[in-house]
Design a protein around this ligand. Structure first.
Ligand SMILES: [Zn+2]
Length: 91
């Protein structure tokens, strides 16, 4: 257990990463890594970060993430970011 360093993590990154795929999968738009990351960056910049302390390599249940109250905020910001990026991809 010596390598389990404590670290800070923005919990919202995981919520965004988890929800982006289901939001873009039925859309007629570019789904490359660049566009996905652009969407995530825009959404995360507009969301209030939620930092938590975790141990390296620690995983928490995804169902936990989805039941949180910020799910709605994340979806709103993701849809807005998808709109921006799909109209003007950075490549
Ligand atoms: Zn793209």
């Amino acid at each position: 257990m010596k390598d389990n360093k404590l670290k800070l993590k923005n919990y919202m990154e995981d919520v965004v990463a988890l929800l982006i795929d289901e939001l873009i999968k039925d859309r007629d738009m570019c789904k490359c890594e660049h566009c996905r990351l652009d969407i995530m960056a825009i959404a995360l910049n507009r969301l209030v970060p939620k930092y938590i302390v975790t141990r390296e390599g620690e995983v928490y249940a995804k169902t936990d993430l989805l039941s949180r109250q910020y799910r709605t905020d994340v979806i709103i910001q993701l849809l807005n970011a998808i709109d921006i990026v799909s109209k003007k991809p950075h490549h």
